[in-house]
Design a protein around this ligand. Structure first.
Ligand code: SF4
Length: 256
């Protein structure tokens, strides 16, 4: 089947690479000679040399990457993460600036007036479901965990509204426990663009990342990928010209 350039609608020319296989010009972003040189040096996909090179470049670009949800403790981070579903961290931080003054702990949220709480968190969207999750999680923490957010994946997943993404955020950021890799919309997009996974399902993506990323990097890697996804490798028209991973990336979404 003939391949065409998406921008020009013209057929894509073929050129033999050094390995003797045919590469399609204009579909990988990287120039074939440069891409072949990089591939020779670090391999492709999840080759440990390539993964190490990606991690090193993320360290250079984002040495201080961390969670951007403002919080003072594990409980506040849990609530903020629940609120952040389908919402920006900036918006969540605006809402929680006053919310945590009125509701300073699990006890206060557990006994909130649901209608009032719904209106207070309304700007974050999905406010009815989020109210149920916040109040349910707060009750669960009081009744089953002595008022403290639990520190194991198994326990934290028993709380209403808490799935693996939220659990990984809280365990990693608040407690420094690497139980998994946070897989949000940015991590899904970037780990696919960087060819660290072929999957689309968050659970399978997390399993792939846990296999290829060293455990001691799980927490930092998640934050760095999220920062990169917000600042450079954005969903539409990634800013590849400003990307320090460009030489390692052969995504079809590349813009250079
Ligand atoms: S910004 Fe471009 S070069 Fe960088 S990781 Fe994203 S798609 Fe690849």
């Amino acid at each position: 089947m003939k391949r065409v350039n998406k921008k020009t609608a013209k057929p894509v020319k073929k050129r033999a690479t050094e390995g003797g296989k045919l590469a399609f010009l204009g579909t990988t972003g990287a120039k074939p000679a440069k891409a072949a040189k990089v591939a020779r040096a670090v391999g492709r996909g999840t080759d440990p040399r390539r993964v190490a090179a990606i991690l090193a470049k993320l360290d250079v670009a984002y040495p201080t990457a961390t969670c951007e949800l403002v919080h003072e403790n594990a409980f506040q981070l849990l609530i903020s993460t629940i609120l952040s579903a389908q919402c920006t961290d900036v918006r969540v931080n605006q809402v929680t600036a006053t919310l945590y003054q009125k509701y300073p702990n699990a006890e206060a949220f557990a006994h909130a007036n649901p209608s009032e709480l719904e209106q207070e968190i309304r700007p974050t969207g999905f406010f009815r479901n989020k109210t149920k999750s916040i109040m349910g999680a707060s009750k669960g923490i009081i009744e089953n965990f002595g008022g403290q957010v639990p520190k194991t994946m198994e326990e934290i997943l028993t709380l209403p509204g808490v799935a693996r993404k939220t659990a990984n955020v809280v365990l990693g950021t608040a407690y420094g426990i690497a139980a998994g890799v946070v897989v949000d919309t940015h991590v899904i997009r970037l780990s696919r663009r960087l060819d660290l996974t072929k999957h689309e399902d968050p659970k399978k993506i997390e399993e792939d990342l846990m296999r290829v990323i060293p455990k001691e990097k799980w927490i930092t890697f998640s934050h760095q990928l999220i920062w990169h996804g917000r600042r450079v490798c954005v969903a539409r028209k990634p800013r590849c010209i400003d990307c320090n991973l460009e030489s390692l990336c052969y995504s079809k979404d590349k813009t250079v």
